[in-house]
Design a protein around this ligand. Structure first.
Ligand code: SF4
Ligand code: SF4
Length: 521
């Protein structure tokens, strides 16, 4: 059996200097991450699996980094070869991705979509990573980049509300930490606990290593939390029907279905995450209706007005994820993927030493390279055993592949991690595949440093001077706990509202095959 595949995130996983030529018919997508309604890996790009790449090169089918790249040609990869790593997308995934793009938003706004009604209210949420990428590209602070996106969203996307996602990020890291503490204190699940915020990692485990699923945290990602809260709480309390609609006949379901949530995110993986059946409601299709990549958003902005004139405040407070740091450290940059391991250290520190361990106290030991680090804090130990608390920071697909193998085989070379922050992109989410790319791809690393610097400056400001934005309104972690969940972060209610289900895709596929075979029979 063969499967035709389409290049997707390979560039972010391998060398950023990859020579990327978007095939024709890819309007609306960024040049670097262009997708088409065709099924193939473009010849200048590479499947993540080295043996496949070597074999294809030997046949003259693909070139790497633009060297000896032949004319475009469809490439077939056997299912046995494919790691199901989501380094590229198949036809079904392509359809999911194209259903979340600018043309889809325009279709819905024009009232021409058969399944999504014209919105009464539009909410745009903006990730930190996207704001950092835009800030680096335009040459402004991240704070101003948020305002630029907010202005564009209000003028062009008809947004009623524009919010950052730090409040949802806070809920996600807190629930991840709560699950870690439950496992440590009650043995309710195995360690190490592996963060589940990266949909690329989750997809890989579900398809390829389902036996590791008990290790994967069930806390929802910031995107999933933001979408659920917007559809379930914000819609009920802030969406109003237009003047020509009798409010008497409007149901809560109508308000949810007529609230349209667009999220600006650093990778296409988030589009696939938003399309998961777990993040939908009974009376609406998706918690997040459309995910736009940062480059897609910039392309849209430039097309409307290349001077990027828009500025407007956010409807949210850009909450600090933690107290102020004395000085930016390695941990500050690594917070660009959400700050999960930093929170684990802070909370376990509070538990065993009576005080939260600050990020600057974290010591990093580089393993194979900077994308695989071992993190410890002097004096922070596991509550019961008294052994040092060891967190893994494992970024990039090749590293998470090695990690999964090491954990499955209980290899001695795999450290005794209690918690692992696993992310599919090398250098984490600030380097996501849908971020704005340099024209000159050899300057990618320089650009990434500028993105990281913008992020560090912003997090230092957000920690020290919070709130940077509006304090009223529903987009705060306090409002989500108090007004929506009705209980605090450590409660069972919060755990129930903010966890999701992970799926053993191998078993599901085997079941489908069995059913199909029995039907044929
Ligand atoms: S899913 Fe991964 S392993 Fe499979 S063809 Fe795509 S890039 Fe290669
Ligand atoms: S690591 Fe990459 S794929 Fe995973 S959530 Fe971050 S940007 Fe997306």
């Amino acid at each position: 059996v063969t499967v035709s595949v389409l290049y997707w995130r390979t560039q972010a996983v391998f060398d950023p200097a990859v020579h990327c030529v978007p095939p024709p018919g890819m309007a609306g997508f960024s040049a670097s991450m262009a997708l088409a309604d065709l099924d193939y890996i473009a010849p200048s790009q590479a499947c993540i699996k080295p043996e496949v790449v070597r074999a294809q090169r030997a046949q003259g089918a693909v070139g790497i980094h633009g060297v000896d790249a032949p004319e475009p040609e469809a490439i077939k990869i056997t299912l046995q070869d494919c790691l199901a790593c989501s380094g590229c997308v198949t036809t079904a995934e392509t359809m999911l991705v194209t259903s979340q793009s600018r043309p889809q938003i325009e279709t819905v706004f024009a009232g021409a979509d058969e399944t999504t009604p014209v919105p009464w209210s539009v909410v745009v949420s903006v990730s930190d990573q996207s704001a950092a990428s835009l800030a680096a590209h335009v040459g402004v602070s991240m704070h101003e980049a948020f305002q630029l996106i907010s202005g564009f969203a209000r003028h062009v996307l008809r947004a009623n509300y524009v919010t950052d996602t730090r409040w949802a990020q806070l809920l996600s890291v807190q629930q991840t930490t709560q699950e870690f503490l439950r496992r440590v204190n009650t043995g309710s699940g195995p360690l190490p606990l592996i963060a589940s915020t990266c949909p690329g990692w989750v997809c890989y485990v579900e398809k390829t290593h389902p036996d590791l699923l008990p290790h994967v945290c069930t806390a929802m990602s910031p995107l999933a939390i933001a979408g659920r809260y917007i559809k379930q709480y914000v819609a009920a309390n802030a969406t109003r029907p237009p003047a020509d609609v009798d409010p008497e006949g409007v149901t809560a379901g109508d308000l949810r279905a007529r609230t349209y949530h667009i999220s600006v995110q650093p990778c296409f993986d988030r589009k696939l995450e938003a399309a998961r059946g777990d993040f939908a409601g009974e009376d609406y299709a998706r918690d997040t209706d459309c995910v736009l990549g940062t480059q897609e958003l910039l392309d849209w902005m430039l097309e409307v007005d290349a001077t990027l004139p828009w500025r407007a405040p956010l409807d949210s407070a850009m909450e600090p994820l933690r107290p102020a740091v004395e000085a930016p450290s390695e941990a500050t940059t690594l917070e660009g993927s959400g700050g999960y391991h930093q929170h684990i250290f802070a909370e376990v520190g509070r538990l065993v030493a009576g005080t939260a361990a600050p990020p600057e106290a974290i010591r990093y030991q580089t393993k194979r390279n900077a994308n695989h680090r071992l993190a410890t804090v002097d004096g922070i130990t596991m509550p019961e055993s008294g052994k040092p608390l060891i967190c893994g920071v494992v970024y990039g697909f090749q590293h998470i592949q090695n990690l999964a193998r090491g954990l499955k085989r209980r290899m001695a070379s795999t450290p005794d991690y209690a918690f692992i922050e696993a992310m599919a992109c090398p250098d984490g989410c600030l380097n996501g595949g849908a971020q704005i790319r340099c024209e000159d791809r050899t300057k990618h690393h320089e650009r990434l440093r500028v993105v990281q610097a913008a992020f560090e400056e912003f997090t230092a400001q957000a920690s020290a001077q919070a709130p940077l934005g509006a304090v009223a309104g529903p987009f705060t972690s306090a409002s989500a706990y108090r007004d929506w969940i009705g209980a605090d972060a450590a409660s069972q209610e919060a755990a129930a509202a903010l966890t999701t289900t992970l799926h053993d895709r191998k078993a599901e596929m085997a079941l489908q095959d069995t059913v199909a075979a029995s039907l044929k029979w």
